[in-house]
Design a protein around this ligand. Structure first.
Ligand SMILES: [Zn+2]
Ligand SMILES: [Zn+2]
Length: 293
């Protein structure tokens, strides 16, 4: 099924394979008229995508981002749409989110070095290999350099929860994320919510925080799933939105941009709401011709 809108896609600015230009060209060629670029924790692709967008009459680029947030035992992804990439506070927040992944390990290494244990961050990353850096890797680096005799000692003396080199991981809750997006004039939309536990409670909380939409017509969701999410969106007063989450990495089975059952009526409702957003008004990209300003 072809839709005129696709509000969730990735480029090389995060883990997609197409450059922002290639992505915009592909999306426009699919007949998508309203397209959001939503890279993970980054708006780095927006500037290039805007240049590419200018080549396609009738096509509208919506600047966005997909932010990773945490709840107990799970990650929740939040789309922020109509955010201004030149907003310094937004960039500061995105930097924090990006660094959160490696930041804690890096912070611990820095603290250790400050205390005279000169282990190298590069070496810690080598030890971790493909895994994300964790404290055991740092402990191993300490053993290698002879600062402790075994891994357990590193935890006991330095990097355990109450140790002098311990660093707490930077976390953001979905509600905090929604407040940030809304506070910067954008629209917050819960991404791929089908598998989240206690979805009703989460939706109520995020709606109260200012979230305006949730993904219902997502990539390859089964019709029953779409139906269930549609009802949930309705019940919580959230706009049902949709996206392909196109990355270009999953081969032939990956739906192309716009290949989602997102109906025109949902796009219209969304654009209507978006046209009132401070963010959309400021950048005059509300999408709907003539709605800006
Ligand atoms: Zn995601
Ligand atoms: Zn995504």
């Amino acid at each position: 099924m072809r839709s005129r809108g696709d509000f969730h896609t990735h480029s090389t600015a995060s883990d997609g394979v197409l450059s922002p230009t290639e992505l915009v060209d592909l999306v426009a060629s699919q007949g998508v008229v309203y397209h959001a670029l939503t890279d993970h924790d980054s708006t780095e692709g927006i500037a290039e995508a805007r240049v590419a967008a200018a080549k396609h009459p009738g096509y509208t680029l919506i600047p966005g981002v997909e932010m990773g947030t945490d709840i107990e035992g799970a990650e929740v992804h939040m789309l922020g749409l109509y955010l201004n990439p030149d907003d310094a506070d937004l960039q500061q927040m995105l930097r924090k989110l990006r660094e959160g992944r490696v930041g804690r390990g890096y912070g611990i290494v820095e603290k250790l070095r400050g205390m005279g244990m000169m282990i190298e961050w590069e070496r810690v990353r080598q030890i971790a290999g493909d895994a994300s850096v964790g404290r055991p890797h740092i402990a191993q680096a300490l053993v290698e350099k002879g600062y402790v005799t075994k891994v357990a000692d590193a935890f006991d003396k330095w990097i355990g929860r109450n140790g002098p080199a311990y660093v707490e991981r930077e976390k953001m809750t979905p509600a905090e994320c929604v407040q940030c997006i809304v506070g910067r004039g954008g629209m917050a939309c819960l991404a791929h919510p089908a598998d989240l536990q206690s979805l009703d409670a989460l939706l109520a909380e995020l709606k109260a925080a200012g979230m305006g939409a949730m993904e219902v017509f997502y990539k390859d969701y089964a019709p029953e799933t779409v139906q269930r999410l549609r009802q949930a969106a309705e019940a919580h007063g959230l706009l049902p939105l949709g996206g392909s989450d196109y990355h270009g990495i999953f081969g032939n089975t990956e739906p192309l941009p716009g290949n989602i059952p997102l109906p025109d009526s949902a796009i219209e409702r969304f654009l209507e709401a978006a046209s009132k957003l401070p963010g959309a008004r400021a950048m005059q990209v509300s999408g709907r011709p003539g709605a800006a300003g």
